[in-house]
Design a protein around this ligand. Structure first.
Ligand SMILES: [Zn+2]
Length: 250
């Protein structure tokens, strides 16, 4: 007779978890309480990443991060850390194999090939904590935090809501999603959006908010930062997220 233990499948050894040095993240890990870990990308994930399309890019990124990052729920990852994490995962998966990109200097016209590695990614770091309380020009006091992937999903759900008889401007809603309360009253992302679309928030208030957020902005752009070999000009060259990048020749 079999005991329950005998009927259990042999436990498969999970992939090796690699700790992420949070200081490397664009946010510098400022907004995460827990430690973050990752594993190398799987063949299926790199295949999915090699076929990104404009309308699927966010969902593929989220799917990949929810599988490959642990220590945090994917919805709690800062939106502005997401792209960096994708480049990071590609780097650790292939031991930072260089990726060749061709660039031309806009100043002297010299052109040539550059070898991109993760260290070359164009990153803006959060060098201080967000000042969470802000008084707008109309005297309203708002409290702020940076949006997460979960907030982006809520924006997408709101935009798709058939009960809303209005066209949502996603750019304004994304800025509004930084607002968590107005004069001490908690607000939803939609309510924060309405504050600017037809509420007390004027264009001046919106600009005040943008100006404030800009001081604390962080994130990665899909570009490599290089120097022109001839005139030493700083160059930003696109690092395209395509099949050559995610399924490199080995
Ligand atoms: Zn040059």
């Amino acid at each position: 007779m079999h005991s329950i233990r005998d009927e259990q499948k042999p436990t498969q050894k999970g992939p090796k978890l690699i700790p992420i040095d949070k200081n490397l993240l664009p946010s510098r890990g400022r907004y995460y309480k827990s430690d973050l870990f990752c594993r190398k990308l799987t063949a299926i994930e790199t295949k999915d990443l090699s076929k990104l399309k404009t309308n699927t890019v966010n969902s593929v990124f989220n799917q990949v991060l929810s599988g490959a990052i642990s220590g945090i729920d994917v919805e709690d990852i800062m939106l502005n850390d997401r792209l960096w994490l994708i480049y990071y995962l590609r780097s650790i998966t292939y031991d930072d194999i260089p990726f060749k990109v061709f660039g031309t200097c806009p100043i002297c016209g010299d052109s040539g090939w550059f070898e991109y590695k993760l260290k070359d990614l164009d990153v803006t770091y959060a060098n201080e904590d967000l000042e969470r309380d802000l008084e707008l020009t109309n005297g309203d006091k708002v409290t702020l935090s940076f949006p997460t992937i979960g907030d982006e999903l809520e924006i997408a759900r709101t935009k798709a809501d058939p009960n809303l008889m209005e066209n949502i401007d996603v750019d304004v809603m994304t800025v509004a999603s930084h607002i968590r309360s107005i004069n001490g009253e908690p607000v939803s992302i939609y309510e924060a959006y309405v504050y600017f679309s037809r509420g007390n928030g004027s264009a001046k208030d919106y600009s005040r908010l943008l100006t404030h957020l800009r001081k604390y902005a962080f994130g990665a752009s899909p570009k490599g930062a290089f120097k022109c070999r001839k005139c030493k000009q700083n160059l930003l060259i696109d690092i395209p997220l395509g099949s050559d990048f995610f399924l490199p020749e080995i």
